[in-house]
Design a protein. Sequence first.
Length: 564
Amino acid sequence: MAFKTNAAAISIPDFKEGTIGARVEYFQEADKPLSLAQAQKNFTTSSIKTGSNQSISLGINVAPAWLKFTVLNNSSTLQKYRLSIETPWLDYIDTWLTSGKQVLKHIPGGDGYPFEQRPMAYRFYAFEHNFEPGQTEVYIRIETKGPMAIPIHFSAKEHAIKRDISAGYQYGLLYGIMAALALYNLVLYVFIKQQEYGLYSLYLIGFILNSLSYTGQLHTVITYDFGAYFQDWLDIFLMITYSIAGLHFTRTLLKTKEYALKLDGIVTKATILIPSGMLVGFVFNQLFFSMLLAFLLNTCFVILFIVMGFKAYYANRPFALIFLFSSVTAALCITVSTLAVAGIVVPYNDYTFKAIEVGMALEAILLSLILARQFRSAQLDKVIAEEYARTDSLTQINNRRGFHSQINPIWQNITRKKRDASIVLIDIDYFKKFNDNHGHNTGDKILTALATCITKACRKGDISARWGGEEFIIFLPETPQEQAKLQAERIRQEIETIELILDGNKLLITASLGVAGSHNGMFNHKNLAPDTLESMINHADKALYQAKKQGKNQVHVVNSRKAS
């Protein structure tokens, strides 16, 4: 039988490897399934087409397709080559190798077969064959309910093995980056309970699973055992899983509800209505209907990502520009990969096929930078808030909370090592009179000036605070009571030098000070305990009362009698 041939034959062993769409002739069945003989006859007619790109794409849920190409072995020895059709969701694939009128081999496969029944333990439909010298005709029939994208790769066995090893490293790197980011953000979510970190982790995990499915790697483990179209259903539901998580992550991260309520509502409805429709299609076994909805949601995912980025940018949201750049980059990579598989404009090769993973890995890194900066900002805000909670708003020195938080660890160390410590309490003399005669604004100025004076007069290691009202406190570590009394006297003298001018007149400011401490004082440093601090403060307060009672502007210490 003579066959009409428009496509150029593949000459081996000169041809080492490549995608051969442009060397393939094809047609689609019109009514009923054809036998090999009928298909061979049909290839002699003028109705056949020749591929114009590396990949042939015919649409979704279309009629089965027949493909044919010729292999010409110009050597005198057998040449072992691998043929792989690198779309893992094609349901039924039958290949016949013929020489003249003789059928040399029939190789059935596709994702409609259990993995162990496929021609090779491989993520795509693939087989290896020793091509004999001379001409071999290769006929392929493909039937699928999913997208009929047919990138046929033909390569010498050694080149195929090298390509597999290279792909393994590339995918390992890409998935490793995304898996590490997913785990890191999941840990953050567990500890800080911020929703965007958990959603981002789900988004990355969802994409990894979807990509493993899209590239056929997942189905080396999970096969058709649950039905002929199990892989198709799994593919589309994994596709929408990462889309849903990604959209909710974005609206949470960018807080679209605050400035784009309508857009936020569209995103929410899209992630509810479309998956619900897919579930209905699943219940009634309408794969094509559910598949269309899955592609619709995936398209909406890309568009809504970019739209939310623009909205955030115009609303001056933090990190909006980085987010917009990452989403546009990912969208471009997804488009490149989709067009390449579809055989439209973009050439199909290992790089364009992996463009989705590369784009998503880049997006994942950029989004992680946003989350990291957000986490850092949140931590800084927390530090600032805690600092404000420990600082007196008027004088900018410690308040009671700040005082205790600073001295508690020091006090524990002092009591453990049996060291000395003392407390000085300071009260401004006649402060109520200043407030009554000159107003609270003057009182605030006096408090601020006194705080500044105390801070300057304190030694390194001393801890001061505003204790309340016009009263201040100083903790003096490693200081027995007698030395604390001397330090208190120096502070009293410094307070007398404060210059505060009111209406051209200098205000004279004095203070009374009470001291309590260990060693030669009321407390024995050998017996200091965690609960002794409050007692020491109380005794300093009693000493302060005595200083006030005995005329003010003086330092008084507690009775030197040992505390019982």
